[in-house]
Ligand binder design. Structure first.
Ligand SMILES: Cc1cc2nc3c(=O)[nH]c(=O)nc-3n(C[C@H](O)[C@H](O)[C@H](O)COP(=O)(O)OP(=O)(O)OC[C@H]3O[C@@H](n4cnc5c(N)ncnc54)[C@H](O)[C@@H]3O)c2cc1C
Length: 501
């Protein structure tokens, strides 16, 4: 259709940004460029978690579905501002992309390659469907801080524990500089004789971003309104991600104390809250790194500035672990192939999920997750440890629950951290938490528990983390009847040592 001129498609996946996007930059060397995003139906609705002890769960809940829709809308707007367009479709990419490539007269499709087996399978199907039409799929590795090619060893040989992995990385691998946003070539003129699935072939970007109903996102758990207790108002998209980076690092100057505050539980600034934007690629980890380096040069270089990058290396660690171990990371026995008799007690699981365990610190965490889609790292560790180590329930059920609800869900980070806490992951040590000790240590004034368990609001601080120690007279005095207003603990609290005297 365009004579000697070259035409490329860029298929956006979890790289919903224009800044530091090597896939986009490579695609933009063509004479014509058509950006595409596909809402893949396999990412939504109920589905079975495979294997003999299969259970059903919802893949994407309301929080992340909203965040994703906002991110795609923001990308479309940014592309429009650059006289480009985003073709938005609802369907399987391997079915849609070959037709769109035909209609555009494209000879190549560029995309981000991802490490998780399911995502790799989609990529393989797309590659073969495109090859049938003589179109080439060209991929780029862009999800991590360190490029795969810059690891000290081939991925198959990386260490399975974090410290040696990180030490070698720090000693030998440099983080590449972010790249600039390219000039975007114009969109091709559609070939109307070929079906592209577009209702209006003269305007590639005409279709709206599908709503939650169309995507099949269950409304059951959708919060009715914004919860003003939420740690942050997580708005999807590159614009909001870059604004958060600027606010956290520069405007609010919080990076300076990150190491001291990162175990916090309430409010926007105890940690960066970058995760949701990083995981959909609205924010590039290399951009965050570059901003930390600039901060170090212009304001202060200290343990906190080091520690934020240290945490980004944890993120990389799990991305490379899933690259190395593939589906084994998602099995009950994990990469350590540790046989554990996991319980499948659905009643107990539902109590945990509903924040009704009778252990206030755990309940606060699970209620926050359901209401807002976010939890601090400290809350995640305790909620996960309670399910996997104290209830001994199949850790993958807990991980799947997080998968539904987390606004910042990432398969490698989520299942990797869960396996780690459950003792089947990357560390041989017992990772079980004394959740009562943790509650006293990290929520000493019980502000977190009182925020999310309002029925305990009047219980004094000495009792609120262990309401089962209240006498009947105290229950009456503080207006909470155990077993009626707030549950009895579902585990024997004697298993915890609790606070130090
Ligand atoms: C059971 C469990 C499940 C988790 N599931 C996820 C998940 O699905 N997605 C996710 O991004 N993180 C997950 N984490 C890791 C961590 O809790 C979150 O990354 C962090 O709380 C996000 O908040 P933040 O951006 O303010 O983090 P910050 O403390 O500001 O850290 C900066 C960044 O470093 C990365 N990071 C920090 N800690 C970890 C870690 N332990 N593992 C991997 N990356 C890390 C994140 O990208 C984060 O945005 C999980 C942790 C646990 C214990």
């Amino acid at each position: 259709m365009s004579g000697e001129q070259s035409t490329a498609l860029v298929w956006f996946r979890r790289d919903l940004r224009l800044h530091d996007n090597p896939t986009l930059a490579a695609a933009a060397t063509a004479d014509h460029l058509l950006p595409v995003y596909c809402f893949d139906p396999r990412e939504f609705g109920p589905r079975p978690y495979g294997g003999p002890d299969s259970f059903e769960y919802e893949k994407t809940g309301p929080h992340r579905a909203r965040f994703l829709r906002e991110s795609v809308a923001d990308l479309r707007e940014s592309l429009r501002e650059r006289d480009s367009a985003l073709v938005v479709r609802h369907g399987r990419p391997e079915e849609l992309l070959p037709d769109i490539a035909d209609a555009a007269g494209a000879s190549a499709v560029y995309c981000q390659t991802l490490p998780v087996p399911e995502e790799r399978a989609v990529e393989a199907s797309v590659e073969s469907a495109l090859a049938d039409r003589g179109v080439e799929l060209r991929t780029r590795w862009t999800h991590t801080l360190h490029h795969r090619d810059d690891l000290p060893t081939p991925v198959a040989e990386i260490a399975d524990t974090f410290t040696p992995f990180k030490d070698r990385l720090e000693a030998t691998s440099r983080v590449r500089e972010p790249i600039s946003t390219p000039e975007l070539p114009p969109a091709p003129t559609p070939d109307s004789s070929v079906s592209s699935g577009s209702s209006d072939s003269s305007d590639w970007g005409a279709k709206e971003v599908p709503d939650a109903d169309t995507l099949g996102v269950s409304a059951v758990e959708a919060p009715t309104a914004e919860d003003d207790r939420a740690a942050l108002d997580f708005r999807g998209g590159e614009s909001a991600g870059l604004a958060r980076l600027d606010a956290y690092v520069w405007e609010r100057d919080r990076l300076r104390e990150y190491r001291e505050t990162r175990n916090g539980l309430l409010g926007p600034d105890y940690s960066s809250k970058f995760s949701a934007w990083l995981n959909l690629g609205c924010l590039s980890p290399r951009r965050v790194h570059a901003e930390v380096e600039r901060y170090e040069a212009e304001r202060v270089e200290n343990d906190s500035t080091y520690w934020l990058v240290f945490e980004l290396r944890w993120r990389d660690f799990f991305q490379f672990q899933v690259t190395k171990h593939g589906a084994q990371l998602f099995r009950p026995e994990g990469i350590r192939e540790r046989e554990v008799e996991w319980s499948v007690d659905s009643g107990a699981f539902e109590r945990w999920a509903a924040g009704q365990t009778g252990i206030p610190f755990v309940d606060a965490a699970m209620r926050e997750l359901a209401a807002t889609g976010y939890q601090s790292n400290r809350a995640r560790q305790n909620a996960a440890s309670f399910l996997a180590n104290d209830l001994r329930i199949d850790w993958r059920r807990g991980a799947a629950r997080f998968e539904t609800l987390l606004v910042d869900y990432d398969p490698a980070s989520n299942y990797g951290n869960w396996a780690y806490v459950a003792g089947v992951g990357n560390d041989a040590r017992d990772r079980s938490f004394d959740v009562l000790w943790q509650a006293h240590r990290y929520d000493p004034d019980a502000e977190y528990v009182r925020t999310w368990c309002p029925e305990l609001a009047d219980v004094p601080v000495e009792k609120v983390h262990q309401p089962w120690t209240m006498t009947a007279a105290e229950e009456a005095e503080y207006g909470v009847e155990l077993g009626a207003d707030y549950p009895e603990p579902m585990v024997d609290p004697e298993i915890y040592e609790g606070p130090e005297d």
